[in-house]
Design a protein around this ligand. Structure first.
Ligand SMILES: NC(=O)c1ccc[n+]([C@@H]2O[C@H](COP(=O)([O-])OP(=O)(O)OC[C@H]3O[C@@H](n4cnc5c(N)ncnc54)[C@H](OP(=O)(O)O)[C@@H]3O)[C@@H](O)[C@H]2O)c1
Length: 322
């Protein structure tokens, strides 16, 4: 696995694939079985992965506990990104959830405990709660850096205009967004904003929850049939994308899922892979060996492109290019 600097404002060498820990644990009733968990983490670390994404909410705190136990004595070798907003409880009290300072402080202390560490590498709200003033979030995160409990700060699931407002007042380092061949609406604002501020950009759900592996059209079951039936589905658009993935998979002698991951690796970002089984992680790591040609990347870019809309469409017609 190669390392890349995390954004243009850090000297942090991060592995090009991040391991997502949302499926590590069973408290949510759907996740990896206990005996597979250390094997999934070891397979990733053995491939030289050094970057793990977790959140207090994942498996109601269990995922952080698992990651904390795994990194143990090697804590200094791993970059840990964790998030707050929802807390680790099923129904958190209002004073213990959201993005306000009180929730932030309680969450960071609880995460440090579960992760068995005295600092978090990258910390971010999990989503915009729609209530907390942006300045309160920015100053709260900045204070966590001053105390040394957090090294870098970021945002997940924020509208671009709010992220811009925060990035204009404090040194923001990271942005976490949903981005894959079936979900590219971040092309409209968020990706350009991240580039403008030199943010380390983390793409979550690179396989669209498993849809892009093509397994559902073969009748397999998985998260999209068992745990999140409201999630990604095959429709006219995603059908064309999966058809293209299957075609390219034959050309490069890989699986459609590996091609989908290899495509995200061609973007200036850090895809977060989600694995529920040891086979998943082994399969996903093979994406690192795939070399997509310019033609193959263009075919995938074109089939998955989203309509940019206003003002982008207008600007294309009126801006002069030299
Ligand atoms: N910030 C946020 O709001 C946010 C949101 C979502 C995720 N994330 C982060 O991103 C990570 C990855 O997200 P994700 O789980 O949605 O990623 P994903 O890559 O889109 O989906 C992963 C799922 O696809 C299926 N899968 C993976 N490899 C497969 C294979 N080789 N064959 C068949 N099925 C396979 C598995 O589900 P099944 O076997 O159950 O079908 C697996 O859990 C999470 O762990 C988390 O760290 C962040």
């Amino acid at each position: 696995m190669k390392y890349k600097l995390f954004g243009t404002h850090t000297g942090l060498p991060a592995s090009e694939l991040v391991l997502g820990a949302a499926s590590l644990g069973g408290r949510r009733g759907y996740g990896a079985v206990a005996e597979d968990i250390p094997k999934i983490l070891s397979a990733y670390a053995d491939a030289c992965g050094n970057f793990i994404d977790v959140a207090d909410q994942y498996q109601l705190g269990e995922a952080e506990e698992i990651v904390g136990k795994f990194i143990g004595q090697q804590r200094g070798n791993f970059i840990i990104c964790t998030k707050y907003t929802r807390s680790s409880e099923v129904k958190p009290a209002p004073a213990n959830s959201g993005n306000h300072r009180k929730a932030m402080r309680q969450a960071v202390e609880a995460s440090l405990k579960r992760l068995k560490t005295d600092y978090i590498d990258i910390y971010m709200p999990h989503y915009d709660d729609g209530l907390t003033p942006l300045d309160e979030i920015a100053r709260g995160l900045e204070d966590l850096v001053k105390t040394g409990k957090v090294l870098y700060i970021g945002l997940a699931n924020f509208p671009a205009w709010k992220a811009t407002a925060i990035a204009s007042t404090i040194p923001l380092a990271a942005l976490q967004i949903e981005y894959n061949l079936a979900q590219r609406t971040a092309d409209r604002e968020l990706i350009s904003m991240a580039k403008h501020f030199g943010l380390g950009t983390m793409f979550y759900s690179p396989l669209a929850g498993g849809l892009l592996t093509g397994k559902y059209r073969k009748g397999s079951s998985g998260r999209l049939t068992n745990a999140s039936p409201q999630g990604y589905q095959e429709d006219a658009t995603t059908k064309a994308i999966i058809d293209q993935l299957e075609e390219i998979a034959i050309e490069v002698e890989a699986t459609p899922g590996q091609v989908a991951l290899a495509w995200t690796l061609t973007k200036d970002a850090f895809p977060i892979i989600g694995a529920r089984t040891l086979d998943h992680i082994k399969d996903s790591l093979k994406a690192l060996d795939i070399h997509l040609t310019t033609d193959q990347i263009t075919r995938l870019d074109n089939i998955s492109a989203v309509k940019m809309g206003y003002p982008h469409d207008l600007l294309k017609t009126v801006q002069t290019r030299y």
